[in-house]
Design a binder for this molecule. Structure first.
Ligand SMILES: NC(=O)c1ccc[n+]([C@@H]2O[C@H](COP(=O)([O-])OP(=O)(O)OC[C@H]3O[C@@H](n4cnc5c(N)ncnc54)[C@H](OP(=O)(O)O)[C@@H]3O)[C@@H](O)[C@H]2O)c1
Length: 427
């Protein structure tokens, strides 16, 4: 005999429609396999007049959140509204009413995880968020369950499909940023307002969630250093390729003792690194644990059906769980274990400069670097002299972020001006 599980949706745009269709088309398989029959009782939307692809049964659509949150029979609330508010308030209300929450919302979740988890625990409700990070890739469940026997010291990856699509096109076809962005918007791969993606914020929300789970310590979103791809040039991509590098927007988290660094920025990876070949809108997460060693997850990080795959799996897990589990965080349980946010990370750097074409310039540039203990691994002069200046590309050995910034600031503009600085991930 199957058990009916009554659910309510908050939102039914791309993701909600995907979840509706997946439950509609695959519900019988789930019922056969797990003995659960999902019944979507109410769906909250903003605009009841909006034309929709789904023919909702009469009475299902509503624009009043109370119809979902005050219905005593709704056991699980699935949230796909997006943004911080009203999502956070509505999820908290659902949890306080003892309803389990499944969400795809990295913004509200990353910013309010602590409060949401407190409300869930207090009310014996579940809180599931696989779809909030990397769409269909089961990275949350893997970190929460399958990799518990590991001390993970680094986790990094490509967690935003829009920027990976843009950088892949720029790398393969030597196209410029603005042209590819316009195309991505036309193809529906970038939002009309692309800021959250191209400025790296979307990746930073996801990184704060991933790092917290991987390191068993809360890593607040505010601690993540964020730099997007808006200033990336086709010239840097080409120069990097000539040196054996591929440019990616990486979300990087590392833990060493109580020191944690979390950063999102354009990064050169060696072109033979597994992440270098993750193309288009795919996502990938690479990690290292002391027992599992290196591991990479690859898959679709967005889109209605890939995201629905994570949501429906969470719904099934939530409905079949006898006792919901919640991750624990060392720095929450024991205030003495306070993680330190390390903003002076070490890595090699790629520096492109326009330098005066005359003897002695190179040694003056090298002196600025040496004064800050930044040691140069390779220097290349690119192209011909224009207006008395040539392009110089420098790759450094591992150096401190702050020392590198000081060395650049000390450059005398009369002899060399900085065009770009890109961090290199060598691990
Ligand atoms: N799109 C993806 O591929 C993807 C992948 C992973 C995670 N996510 C996350 O999933 C969430 C939803 O994304 P989406 O692409 O499905 O967004 P979307 O297409 O914009 O859909 C948002 C839905 O929420 C409703 N809504 C928004 N604000 C509301 C309000 N104040 N009151 C009532 N209803 C409201 C909208 O109503 P109307 O239909 O009336 O406009 C719409 O149904 C976001 O958190 C996003 O980050 C998306």
């Amino acid at each position: 005999m199957s058990k009916d599980v009554i659910i309510g949706f908050l939102g039914c745009g791309n993701v909600g429609s995907g979840a509706w269709r997946l439950l509609e088309g695959f519900g019988a398989d789930i019922e056969h396999r797990a003995g659960l029959r999902f019944v979507i009782r109410k769906v909250l939307v903003r605009d009841l007049q909006k034309p929709r692809d789904i023919a909702f049964p009469a009475g299902v659509l509503t624009d009043n959140p109370d119809d979902v949150l005050n219905d005593p029979e709704i056991q699980i609330v699935a949230e796909f509204l997006g943004g911080e508010e009203p999502s956070y308030t509505l999820m908290r209300r659902a949890l306080n009413a003892g309803k389990t929450v499944v969400t795809a919302n990295k913004v509200a979740f990353a910013l309010h995880w602590h409060e949401l988890q407190k409300a869930a625990k207090r009310n014996g409700a579940g809180l599931y968020y696989e779809a909030a990070v990397c769409g269909a890739i089961p990275i949350i469940h893997s970190l929460e369950e399958s990799l518990q026997a590991n001390r993970i010291d680094k986790i990094f990856g490509i967690v935003n499909g829009t920027t990976n699509y843009i950088l892949t096109r720029m790398s393969k076809n030597a196209e410029d940023y603005a042209t590819v962005l316009r195309d991505a918007q036309r193809l529906g791969l970038a939002e009309p307002d692309p800021a959250a993606d191209v400025e790296g914020l979307d990746a930073a929300y996801k990184l704060s969630i991933l790092a917290s789970l991987a390191f068993h310590g809360r890593v607040p979103f505010e601690d993540v250093y964020v730099e997007g791809i808006t200033h990336v040039s086709a010239e840097d991509i080409r120069c990097g390729q000539e040196l054996g590098y591929t440019l990616k927007l990486l979300a990087i988290a590392k833990r060493n003792g109580l020191n944690v660094e979390t950063r999102v920025h354009p990064t050169f990876v060696r072109s033979d690194h597994p992440l270098a070949n993750v193309s288009g809108s795919f996502n990938a997460v690479y990690l290292h644990g002391h027992a599992c060693k290196e591991m990479m997850f690859l898959g679709r990080g967005a889109g209605d059906m890939p995201t629905a795959s994570a949501i429906v799996s969470d719904l099934e897990r939530a409905a079949s769980s006898c006792m919901h589990r919640y991750p624990t965080f060392e720095n929450e349980v024991n205030p003495k274990v306070s993680l330190r946010n390390n903003t002076d990370w070490q890595c090699p750097f790629y520096i492109r400069m326009l330098a005066k074409d005359e003897p002695g310039v190179l040694s003056r540039v090298a002196k600025c670097f040496a004064d800050e203990q930044v040691s140069i691994a390779a220097v290349q002069q690119k192209g011909d002299c224009h207006n008395g200046r040539v392009t110089l590309v420098v790759i450094t050995h591992r150096a401190g972020e702050k020392a590198m910034q000081r060395a650049i600031t000390a450059l005398d503009g009369d002899i060399a001006t900085l065009e770009s600085m890109i961090r290199v991930e060598e691990e």
